[in-house]
Ligand binder design. Structure first.
Ligand code: GLY
Ligand code: MN
Ligand code: MN
Length: 453
């Protein structure tokens, strides 16, 4: 660990100490076994732990108080060297992460009094949290009391990225860009979604990174979180790839949609340009003080305008957005916070995404908006407008929107199932910096990149 990362960690611990006057205990979590205890799903520490500890240590706990960190972790068993090689001792790890003291796990029970915590996702760990703190700690329970105060303090810190975070976020963005470049180039020779996914993830793996969420690489982009990769890809298809790398725990999150043949059809190009117009307008509007919900509404309006121009929607764009008609084709929010988690801090429900006193709207066009705060310098968000023809939605609204949607005209766009364009955008003092801008998004550039493969 470099000295500067230690400095980053010490500063984060001091900042937390300035926000709360009680100890915080954070668990890293356990690896979950697949079929027997030694064969486990890949471990990744809880993000709140990672933020203050800096290392993805399994079965570890940190106690933070007055800017100091105490580490609780057991030394490796003697037999561990046979299977895992020589791994650092507790004392060595303590030096690496700048701990003020380090103890075996058995000591933790005597240090939990009056401490707040945040629930970890795996059941073994939240059960241990519940037992040690003698109160119910469950990821599904909203935080209360000092746990709520801790959650709010951590959100205040993690919402605005420090330099240490930005170094890793830029690195995650750069690897994600390379992965997409490889995937777009691979599409002309690939036979299935799986081989494009392989081209993309192999770049991430070669950088000794992992993906920050399960990749979406599909000709069925209308299934928003499609995690199947078996479909053959045909010359007339659009391939939607939503793939991100994770660097030292920090996430990238990019989507590009590209024509398998190397050439958009005229209908694909028409819709792509509508989504791109929304993407560009939203990024151009990003500025400190601007409400993210207004950025979302700008995307809705731009998409509605584009679809009216194409003859798919009928009416005034503002009225269509007011009636949520745009949401038939753009049902999700314009994006979300990005940081250690791809949907950053959503383990805390809407506590991070929604400014205090605000709640999610029940409206169809606003209900999936994950972030409703004014933008502040240092916030990293995604901008990811899309257009989808989801059969279940279209069937459900057909009679309601008999006249607002020109259904015959829509049929001419049958070769567009799903398009999304997603970039990672940092709010700066003067506007915005697109961390993923090295990856092109305009149709001629995309076509050229496919052709280069
Ligand atoms: N990769 C999931 C998302 O874009 O929200
Ligand atoms: Mn996203
Ligand atoms: Mn994404």
């Amino acid at each position: 660990m470099t000295l500067s990362l230690i400095d980053t960690l010490l500063t984060r611990r001091q900042r937390l100490a300035s926000l709360i006057n009680f100890p915080a205990i954070l668990w890293s979590g356990n690896s979950s076994p697949r079929n027997f205890p030694a064969n486990v799903y890949r471990f990744r520490a809880s993000s709140h732990f990672l933020y203050f500890a800096g290392l993805s240590l399994p079965n570890a706990v940190i106690r933070l108080e007055a800017g100091k960190l105490e580490l609780f972790i057991d030394d490796p068993k003697p037999s561990s060297a046979l299977w895992h090689g020589v791994t650092p001792t507790r004392d060595e790890i303590a030096v690496q992460i700048g701990a003020s003291a380090a103890y075996p796990m058995s000591e933790l029970a005597s240090r939990v009094d009056g401490a707040a915590t945040i629930a970890v996702q795996d059941a073994a760990t939240w059960t241990a949290q519940t037992q040690l703190l003698d109160r119910m700690v469950l990821p599904q329970l909203p935080a209360q009391g000092i746990d709520l105060e801790l959650a709010k303090a951590v959100i205040q810190l993690r919402l605005i990225h420090d330099e240490g975070a930005l170094v890793e976020l830029r690195s995650a963005a750069a690897v994600s860009v390379k992965a997409h470049t490889a995937g777009i180039k691979a599409v002309t020779t690939a036979k299935t979604e799986a081989s494009v996914r392989a081209a993309m993830e192999s770049v991430i793996i070669a950088h000794n990174c992992q993906t920050s969420y399960n990749s979406i690489v599909t000709v069925h982009g209308e299934v928003l979180h499609n995690e199947e990769y078996h479909h053959p890809i045909g010359a007339g298809d659009l391939l939607l790839a939503d793939v991100g790398a994770e660097s030292a725990g920090w996430a990238g999150d990019i989507t590009r949609t590209f024509p398998v043949s190397g050439k958009f059809s005229s209908t694909q190009l028409d819709i792509y340009n509508v989504v791109l117009a929304a993407h560009d307008a939203c990024i151009a509007a990003m500025h400190p003080g601007v409400e993210y919900a207004d950025i979302h509404l700008l995307a809705c309006k731009t998409i509605a305008e584009g679809l009216v121009d194409l003859g798919i929607l009928r009416g005034k764009p503002e009225d269509l957005v007011e009636k949520d008609v745009h949401a038939v084709f753009f049902p999700h929010g314009i994006g979300h916070l990005l940081g250690l988690d791809v949907h950053d801090m959503e383990d805390l429900g809407d506590l991070a995404g929604y400014e205090e006193g605000r709640e999610r709207s029940a409206r169809f066009g606003l209900g999936y908006l994950r972030l409703s705060r004014p933008l502040r310098p240092g916030m990293l968000v995604t901008i990811e407008p899309g257009f989808y023809q989801v059969p279940a939605i279209l069937n459900a609204v057909r009679s309601q929107y008999q006249y607002l949607i020109d259904w015959e005209r829509l049929e001419q766009f049958a070769d567009v199932r799903g398009i999304r364009i997603e970039d990672d955008v940092l709010v700066t003092q003067t506007g915005a910096d697109v961390l993923t801008k090295a990856l092109p998004a305009t149709p001629p550039e995309i076509e050229e990149l496919v052709g280069a493969g």
